[in-house]
Design a binder for this molecule. Structure first.
Ligand code: ZN
Length: 229
């Protein structure tokens, strides 16, 4: 059984194939129920891009979890790993075919956004328990159709807050392109400027992509899944 725990903003804990993975671990965000110091047993830290609200507490987590590797686009992985004095644990890749890390297949995919270090990405994590796509920060882009066709994500984690990313209108179109089984909204309500509402996203997905389940997670909430591959 795989699981996701939402920690608010774009921070998730993903558990698949016995690995504990933190994606965009800004655990000190205003909505988060956990402190970065309290997270243990981490196998992988995955970053989509170099903005502070996504790199988040990666350095603290890497320092406190000496077995954890860092997966990100090459320049960002090296930069953050150096700050954490964890250069030997950096797994830097780039957009293209998946990296093979700890028995998982992890593909960096395009994101329509900006980044102070390296290029902005989304990430697709393939395991025996399912395929999860974390879109990072992105606007709507036609590449989502190819991400859907090639990786067939079971679960898509999509930003809906607007202003810096898609809002519910674009995100619902993204669901139509990606064709996941489950869509989970993220990157909303952290600050007033992130105006997108998950209920509106759910309503629009029901119109545009009937059959896709929208799961709205509260910070701290856990969602379990099993999609055999
Ligand atoms: Zn960003």
């Amino acid at each position: 059984m795989g699981y996701l725990v939402y920690y608010g903003h774009s921070a998730f804990e993903l558990g698949v194939d016995g690995k504990k993975i933190l994606i965009d671990p800004w655990l000190s965000n205003p909505l988060s129920p956990v402190k970065p110091e309290d997270v243990t047993g981490v196998d992988l830290v995955v970053l989509t891009h170099g903005h502070d609200d996504h790199v988040g507490d990666a350095v603290t987590i890497l320092r406190r979890n000496p077995g954890a590797k860092l997966v990100a686009i090459y320049e960002l992985a090296n930069h953050v790993a150096a700050k954490a004095r964890a250069e030997d644990r950096a797994v830097g890749g780039n957009m293209g075919g998946p990296m093979h890390v700890d028995g998982l297949r992890i593909a960096l995919v395009p994101a329509n956004h900006s980044s102070p270090i390296g290029a902005p990405t989304g990430v697709v994590i393939q395991s025996s328990e399912g395929t999860v796509y974390h879109a990072g920060d992105t606007g709507l882009m036609s590449e989502m159709q190819f991400i859907g066709e090639i990786y067939k994500p079971d679960i898509a984690l999509l930003p809906i807050g607007g202003h810096f990313t898609m809002d519910p209108v674009e995100a619902a179109k993204a669901v139509e392109l990606l064709k996941p089984k489950v869509a989970i909204p993220m990157h909303y309500a952290t600050f007033p400027v992130l105006y997108g509402k998950p209920e509106e996203f759910k309503r629009l997905v029901e119109e545009r992509a009937p059959g896709v389940e929208v799961v709205i997670l509260k910070p701290g909430e856990r969602y379990e899944f099993s999609f055999k591959h």
